[in-house]
Design a binder for this molecule. Structure first.
Ligand code: ADP
Length: 257
């Protein structure tokens, strides 16, 4: 129970009575769990039709290209890009329900970190006109969930692109810092105010500003990224200067094999 009470005083300031409320926080907990269960079921159900939509869009694009209809093939490709965005949003919702119910499982293996970074960035470069510059040091092997680490890299890069309305370049770096491998993405975009820097890793948190409506999102990507990195014994942080840009970083321990 949460109890709140306010004193009621007479004209001379003498205490006459207390008025209070008592709230059963169990009700909130039950509601929060129900919300997560619903989100979990809804996002799971939405994923299935999207998978076939994606397949149809790809087949359509290929057919149109074959017949030389480049203009309509471009529309089909745009459809595919939007389907990818939708799939990723739904994936985030599903991940959040897994995290909140303690059911996110990491499938950890040993893998070459810089190889994963290059693969992930090359894949993302296909769907953007931004120049993604890479400065990659030979860094070593980590023990973590490869798909989940790739998800964090993808999240940093898509945010860097999304929050850079007036520039066209971002820089991805991999460095070895003592016994850790550090990955960072630097952008030259809108930046983040000092007092909001830690909050961006919280669930559903979005920095609000004049332009917030021009940047769509659910405020989940960085929360999920932080959970993945922390559960892999790593660290996640951001350096940023408003209107100059941000550098999102994470580090993972080098694996002893
Ligand atoms: P979303 O982008 O869907 O809102 P995220 O969890 O990925 O959710 O990010 C949370 C918030 O952090 C964003 O709403 C935005 O305000 C801020 N943010 C994230 N990345 C950047 C960036 N590269 N530059 C400026 N702000 C950012």
């Amino acid at each position: 129970f949460i109890n709140r009470a306010t004193p009621v005083l007479d004209e001379e300031g003498n205490l006459m009575q207390w008025i209070g409320t008592s709230t059963n926080i169990n009700d909130f907990k039950i509601l929060a769990a129900q919300k997560d269960t619903f989100l979990g079921i809804a996002s799971h159900e939405l994923k299935t039709p999207l998978t076939s939509l994606k397949l149809y869009a790809q087949v359509l694009e290929r057919m149109l290209r074959k017949t030389g209809d480049e203009k309509n093939a471009e529309f089909a490709k745009k459809m595919d890009v939007q389907i990818i965005k939708l799939t990723s949003l739904i994936g985030d919702l599903l991940d959040v329900t897994k995290i909140n119910s303690g059911k996110i499982y990491l499938n950890e293996t040993h893998f070459d970190f810089e190889k994963l970074v290059i693969e992930t960035i090359e894949e993302q470069q296909l769907s953007t006109d931004f120049t993604i510059e890479m400065h990659i040091e030979k860094s070593g092997t980590v023990f973590a969930d490869k798909d989940r680490v790739s998800q964090v890299i993808t999240n940093f890069i898509s945010n860097a692109i999304k929050y850079s309305p007036n520039t066209q370049k971002i820089i991805a770096r991999v460095e070895r810092v003592e016994n850790n491998i550090q990955f960072s993405v630097q952008d030259f975009g809108i930046g983040i105010p000092e007092d909001k820097k830690d909050k961006v890793f919280e669930q559903y948190y979005r920095v609000s500003g004049d332009e917030e409506t021009t940047f769509p999102g659910l405020g989940l990507g960085l929360f999920i990224s932080a959970q993945i990195v922390e559960r892999s014994n790593g660290k996640i942080w951001v350096n940023s200067i408003p209107e100059k840009g941000s550098s999102f970083c994470f580090s993972l321990p080098v694996a002893n094999q």
